[in-house]
Design a protein. Structure first.
Lengths: 504, 504
């Protein structure tokens, strides 16, 4: 009997390895499309991605997969399985059920709608006209509402969507932490806008050639411990990090010759994502476990590096003279002035251009609207008005055009509802991790000032990275910090930092 | 009845499209491995390539494929098929038979041997010791001899191998043309080595930064009509051109900062390959017909651009001043001196470093040895000695170490026998095409001098490129030139050019 199960286990892992092989090929094609694939090959390449994605989908919902799940999840055999098999089985089962519960025909229609909606959204954004996009968005919401009923609900219907990106997180939890965050950030933003001690920033926008920015970025990546034998840095339009396999975790960035912050902070953000995946235990390689455990935990790592390290005074104490070598126009700017400038906070309309203080408000607005959409409190047609009201109330700015308001993000056009909260969750997790780290590692600021990132990286690997997808986000949070989600640490970080910078 | 066949035809083309999709993914992974994939991801990436290659192999030999072939090649239905289907069927059938005739177990052993042999060859080359490689080479030859018996012979056993790369070309034909070539080139090489009018070349080896070489290469590629919307240029160790799909035909090159000829002539060589595949009729896209018809015809296009265009006096008459902008150290060198320098001819030991005059002799040596190996005239253990004798006889140089003699090329380690002749065949084809072109296009030299490459490109597209794999190499040759393989044109080209350069 034992022998039989081991044979099945081996076949199952081989089957999963095949799915992962297809996924690796798909990921490379995706990376290639976004880093320089020639224009005329794009349509055919997209078709190939479609065909291989279909292969993966079929394998994930096949009778063979059903048989593996049935055979290996029997209680009598569970104990005989290796940890890899056990965890992998859980992930495969989750995917199987999620994919099987939607009627095939309906899912096909949904996929077609998705791709149409994305192009309509592009057009609507270009014309700044929400009414073009509205009927598509309505259909996407309707489809998603039906999917929620297929998948089943647990309390609020939006919980089912949250579970896709952040298992364990609920509306009740988010309402609580987001309102705390909002109640403290909104007045702080207000105070800052009234402060007379605003940083001078004009020197940030001096020309800084792309090649020099790239060289500086590469130097910083090496310092932070990004492994170039298991990755590379390329240029793209919308930066991302992507894992092809356990030895190949790539990052991409974008260069703005008149604002170097885009590339430098963007690269370090993606580096945070990449360090997570470069440091997952190789034990999980070749399975879906070799992945970040959730969108929020992933974002916690990128924000940790971007904000807590690269926007830290100690970081620039160490690297400002290096920057000056690549960008001599900073030679006449003092370190203090530079530090204040890169940490300028100013309410703005566009999420992806927001600073670290106002950023969570952009997320909270989207969360409140998504939640209300899915519990029926509001309708799609109400969105632009509500959006504008909330921006005025929370940030004190009001979009004049749909393009810089309701139409700015692609997420909804792709049917991604429930994704946005991860950005703010990640930020709160990161602040909690930082607090826990500071209790264990002596003098966090000094480590940064001395460039001893290895200790920080090893701490994150030991407590978070190594586990890949084998631990759930809230379990990691609890094990690392001894408590649940708690916005206090982020609030404290933001208040201390910004009161200091703006002399409040 | 008709309707049925059309349904089968559609399914068959869909099936082939799927195979082509896997091949596209494989090609991208191959390109990526050779243009900068990080070291630690290579093993896993190779496994993925292996898995997808197996998918393609299975599809090419499946019962489904057998059924398509049986159904669609019946005489009664052939007339109802579209040209795409008919030609595709021929290619699929050829591949099916080739793959099916070798017993599966034997083929598996062969694949294992191949990969072992390549690493042993690398070691043997590093140690310059043929005896390490000899037993593996012997096994590869023995396997290949058995494959020849499975595939069937037509006259000389080596014909079966030639057919893999250059359908229609036989030992009888090659013996004839290669002896003519050899008889004229050997004395010319001898005369040159005795000439007192040798070009000065030292100025070629001045430092020329990589970035400048790249910029100059890109400028030339644009001039030649390489379509950057359907391709890109990257850096690699062993340059190649690769087609991912009909809108994505990439080239790669290598930069030597102390010898710019490597990058410039190498890039233009690969550009010739790429122009072929960029200009195949889109009618054949998504099938195996979207490919060069043979190795020889492919090489004819790369050599046409590399030698007949880029080593032509008129080319540099036009572009020498541009080169001087990128490489100011040429400002003091006259155009005539430059032209003679880049066309220096000197017998050497290494094929891939050979000039355009001595190159065919390197190929003829390999051909004579392969032919003798497969008709049993010589044994693997005799190779190093025979190699050295032939180099001394034809080129007047004798290798002192196996690494610079018998072990220099990877081809045999990969089991590629019958491939080498394509290089020299391509050269002869190219000279014949040039002669035919010159009769139809007024003043070839002037076209080059004026940079009017579009006429040359259109001529090649009309007569060669557009057909892809739908016409056989010797049929193309005959239709374009009105005759069969004829070494006269290449001999005439080489004699005229080199007698002029060396004032013989």
């Amino acid at each position: 009997m034992k022998k039989n199960i081991q044979a099945v286990e081996k076949q199952f892992l081989q089957y999963v390895k095949k799915m992962m092989a297809y996924k690796e090929a798909i990921s490379l094609m995706y990376w290639d499309l976004r880093t320089g694939a020639p224009r005329k090959g794009v349509d055919q390449r997209s078709e190939v991605i479609g065909m291989l994605s279909q292969d993966v989908f079929h394998m994930s919902t096949s009778e063979q997969m059903a048989a593996y799940i049935a055979e290996l999840s029997a209680k009598s055999v569970q104990e005989q399985l290796s940890p890899v098999t056990r965890y992998t089985l859980v992930e495969c089962q989750k995917e199987y059920e999620r994919n099987k519960k939607i009627p095939a025909d309906e899912y096909k229609q949904y996929v077609i709608l998705q791709s149409k909606a994305e192009s309509v959204w592009e057009e609507a954004k270009a014309k700044s006209d929400f009414s073009l996009f509205e009927p598509y968005l309505k259909q996407l919401v309707d489809f998603t509402k039906r999917f929620i009923t297929y998948w089943g609900t647990n309390g609020h219907p939006y919980n089912t969507l949250l579970d896709l990106y952040e298992p364990g997180v609920t509306v009740d939890l988010l309402d609580d932490v987001f309102s705390k965050l909002r109640n403290r950030i909104v007045p702080l933003v207000q105070q800052i806008s009234e402060s007379r001690h605003k940083p001078e920033t004009s020197f940030l926008f001096q020309p800084f050639p792309k090649e020099k920015q790239r060289a500086f970025s590469l130097a910083l990546l090496k310092e932070l411990g990004y492994d170039f034998d298991a990755g590379r840095l390329d240029e793209t339009t919308h930066p991302f990090a992507i894992t092809l396999n356990e030895g190949d975790v790539r990052i991409t960035t974008k260069y703005d010759e008149n604002d170097f912050r885009t590339a430098i902070f963007g690269t370090i953000h993606e580096c945070g994502h990449a360090l997570y995946e470069q440091n997952i235990s190789k034990e999980w390689a070749g399975t879906p476990l070799y992945d970040g455990t959730s969108m929020g935990i992933h974002e916690s790592q990128s924000l940790f590096y971007e904000n807590f390290i690269a926007r830290h005074y100690s970081f620039w104490k160490r690297y400002y003279s290096l920057l000056q070598q690549y960008a001599p126009h900073f030679v006449d700017v003092s370190l203090d002035d530079f530090y204040r400038a890169i940490n300028e906070s100013k309410p703005s309309l566009i999420r992806i251009e927001a600073d670290e203080l106002t950023y969570p408000l952009h997320i909270i607005i989207r969360y409140e609207m998504e939640k209300a959409l899915f519990d029926g409190a509001i309708e799609v047609r109400d969105l632009p008005h509500i959006w504008n009201e909330k921006y005025e109330a929370y940030l004190g700015v009001r979009p004049e055009r749909d393009a810089e308001g309701i139409l700015q993000d692609v997420h909804w056009a792709g049917g991604s509802f429930g994704y946005f909260p991860s950005y703010a969750l990640g930020y709160m997790y990161a602040a909690q991790f930082k607090y826990a780290m500071e209790k264990q590692l002596l003098d966090f600021d000094k480590l940064i000032e001395n460039g001893e990132f290895v200790h920080i990286r090893e701490w994150l690997t030991k407590h978070i990275h190594q586990y890949g997808k084998t631990k759930k986000p809230l379990d990691i949070l609890h094990e690392v910090t001894g408590e649940g989600l708690n916005p206090t640490y982020l609030i404290r970080y933001l208040e201390e930092k910004y009161k200091h910078i703006y002399r409040l």
